[in-house]
Design a protein. Structure first.
Length: 503
C-alpha cells in the first residue's frame, strides 16, 4: 500500500487537494522557539533585500525606540533604498533624516509626520514624495497588497517563545506597556516575515494575545523597546484652556440635540484638547439623562475607561491606547477589546467598526467653506500632524462633528479654502467653533434640530468672514513646484498634494 501513486487513485484529478504523493520531509518538526540571538541575525534570516518595504507601528507614540534602533541596524548592515511604511511617525523619529540622506530610506508611507523630520520633508528632504494614508486607508492598502510588506518589525511589551505577543505583560511589574496593538495586527497578518522585538519573554502561552504565533517568524529580545511616558504626549493632552472647554461643552450640546443621543448610542472622541474634553461634559449629560453608551471606539483614553468603569459605556473597542490607564484597562478588563486597524476602519472591510458609530468628535487645524478639513499641514504649509482615523470616522459616523477655534493667535482656522484637503466636506456634518456652530447644508435635518434646541447657529461663510475680520486675510504661503507629499483618501484615491515650502 505504501507504493500507491496518484495514478492508482480513481478520479484523482477530481479530488480536491489530491495533487502529490506524501513527502516525509513535510512532517518534520517545526521550531518551538523562535527567539533569535540578535536583530542582525533575524534580519538575515528574514531575507530582507534592498528596495523592500519594512513596516512599524506607532503604539509607543513619542516614546518609540524600535524605528530608530532597527533602521540604525539596517544601515550598519549596508541596506539601501528601503521603503519605510510606519503607521505614524512622531517627534522622536528625527534621526531618520540622516538615513534618508545616506540612502538607507528612499521612500515613506505613513499617516503623519511631526517635528524635525516633518520640517525637513516639507523643505525638500526626500526625492520621492511621502504617501499619507488614513489608518483605515493604510489597513486597506496592506490587505490588498498595495503596501507589500517585506519585513514587519513590531515592538511588543511581552512575547512568548512561539511568538504570541501583546501590548502589556500579564504581571504588574511596572514594565513597558502600550496597550492595544491594533495597527501592528495588520502588519503581522500580511508581512512576508514578521520580527517581534520585545523586552520581556514570558512563558507559553502568552494569552490573551494581540498577535498570534502563526503570524510571527522571529523574536528578538532587547532591553529597550520604548518609554511608556512617551505614549501620552502632544495630541492627547488634557486641556484647561477656557476656549477649548467652551467648544467642548458646545460640542456636547450638539451631540445631545443630534437625535443620536439616546440609550445604546455609540461614539468616538478624537485627539486634541477640545475633543478630548467632550468626554467630561458627556459624562454629566449621560448621568443627568440616565443614558448609557453601547460602545466607545478608536484610540481609547483614561477618560473613556473611567466612563466604562462607572457603567456609562458597556464595551470599549480599542485600536490604540492613548495613555497608560487605557493600557491597564485592556490588560485587566474582559469588556475592553483590542481590534486591528482593518476591523476598525478599512474601506474594503464591509464590517468596519467605524460604520457602526452614531457620533464622532474630531479636531482640526483648518476647515473651509466647503466643510473640507485639514489636519496635516500648518498655516505655514509645513507638515505638522497626522491624518489618523479622521476621514475614516467622518465617513462612517452618522453624525461627524469637527471642533476647532475660529482663530489661533493671528491665524484664521475657518478659511475660504483649506491649505491641504484631508477629509472631504461631503463627510463632515457639523463644525463647532468658539463663535458658533455651522451645519453642512446637506444635513438640513440636523439644522432643524439644532435651531429648535437653541444652539448658536451660523453659516460657515459667516464664520469665515468673522475670522477674517478678526485677524485679516493672511498672505498666501510661498511654495516651490516640487511635490513632497501625496495625500490619499481612505480608498487610495488622491485627495491633495503637499508642495515644498520656500525657505
Amino acid at each position: 500500500m505504501n507504493n500507491t501513486s496518484l495514478k492508482d487513485i480513481p478520479f484523482a484529478d477530481e479530488l480536491r487537494g489530491i495533487d502529490r504523493v506524501f513527502d516525509p520531509a513535510s512532517a518534520a518538526l517545526k521550531p518551538r522557539n523562535k527567539v533569535i540571538s540578535s536583530l542582525e541575525e533575524a534580519v538575515r534570516l528574514s531575507g530582507l533585500r534592498d528596495g523592500m518595504t519594512i513596516s512599524f507601528h506607532h503604539h509607543f507614540r513619542n516614546g518609540d525606540y524600535i524605528v530608530g534602533d532597527v533602521v540604525d541596524t539596517l544601515a550598519g548592515m549596508g541596506f539601501k533604498n528601503l521603503v519605510l511604511a510606519a503607521s505614524s511617525l512622531t517627534d522622536c523619529h528625527y534621526p531618520l533624516i540622516e538615513h534618508i540622506k545616506n540612502g538607507v530610506i528612499r521612500r515613506i508611507e505613513t499617516s503623519g509626520l511631526r517635528g524635525k523630520l516633518a520640517d525637513a520633508v516639507s523643505h525638500g528632504l526626500m526625492e520621492v514624495p511621502v504617501v499619507f494614508r488614513s489608518h483605515g486607508g493604510r489597513a486597506g492598502a496592506i490587505d490588498t497588497g498595495v503596501i507589500d510588506i517585506g519585513v514587519a518589525f513590531l515592538g511588543a511589551p511581552s512575547c512568548d517563545p512561539a511568538g504570541n505577543a501583546n501590548g502589556y505583560a500579564r504581571d504588574t511589574d511596572g514594565g513597558i506597556m502600550c496597550g492595544s496593538m491594533g495597527y501592528a495586527k495588520c502588519d503581522a497578518a500580511r508581512a512576508k516575515k514578521t520580527i517581534i522585538i520585545t523586552n520581556k519573554i514570558v512563558d507559553y502561552p502568552n494569552a490573551p494575545f494581540a498577535i498570534s504565533e502563526h503570524e510571527v517568524d522571529y523574536i528578538v529580545e532587547t532591553s529597550r523597546i520604548g518609554d511608556s511616558a512617551g505614549i501620552m504626549t502632544g495630541a492627547t493632552r488634557f486641556t484647561k484652556n477656557p476656549k477649548e472647554l467652551l467648544m467642548a461643552e458646545l460640542a456636547c450640546n450638539v451631540i445631545a440635540a443630534s437625535g443620536r443621543f439616546k440609550d445604546g448610542f455609540s461614539f468616538q472622541t478624537g485627539t486634541g484638547g477640545a475633543s478630548l474634553a467632550v468626554t467630561r461634559f458627556l459624562r454629566d449629560l449621560m448621568l443627568a439623562q440616565d443614558i448609557k453608551a453601547r460602545f466607545a471606539l478608536g484610540g481609547i483614553t483614561g477618560s473613556i475607561v473611567e466612563l466604562h468603569e462607572e457603567g456609562l459605556i458597556k464595551r470599549l473597542i480599542d485600536v490604540q491606547g492613548f495613555d497608560l490607564k487605557a493600557a491597564e484597562s485592556l490588560r485587566d478588563n474582559r469588556f475592553h477589546q483590542q481590534i486591528s486597524a482593518s476591523f476598525y476602519a478599512s474601506p474594503f472591510n464591509p464590517g468596519a467598526a467605524v460604520n457602526q458609530l452614531d457620533v464622532v468628535v474630531l479636531s482640526a487645524l483648518e476647515a473651509d467653506c466647503g466643510f473640507n478639513v485639514n489636519v496635516l499641514t500648518g498655516s505655514d504649509g509645513v507638515i505638522r500632524g497626522a491624518i489618523g482615523g479622521h476621514p475614516d470616522t467622518a465617513y462612517g459616523a452618522a453624525v461627524s462633528i469637527v471642533v476647532l477655534p475660529l482663530t489661533r493667535g493671528r491665524i484664521p482656522c475657518v478659511v475660504k479654502k483649506v491649505e491641504t484637503n484631508v477629509t472631504p466636506g461631503e463627510t463632515v456634518d457639523v463644525i463647532v467653533t468658539d463663535h458658533g456652530v455651522a451645519v453642512n447644508p446637506r444635513r438640513a435635518d440636523l439644522a432643524e434640530r439644532f435651531a429648535a434646541s437653541g444652539l448658536p447657529l451660523q453659516t460657515i461663510e459667516a464664520l469665515q468672514k468673522k475670522a477674517e475680520s478678526i485677524v485679516g486675510d493672511p498672505d498666501p504661503i510661498e511654495y516651490l513646484d516640487r511635490i513632497v507629499g501625496v495625500v490619499t483618501y481612505r480608498d487610495g484615491s488622491v485627495m491633495d498634494v503637499v508642495r515644498q515650502v520656500k525657505d
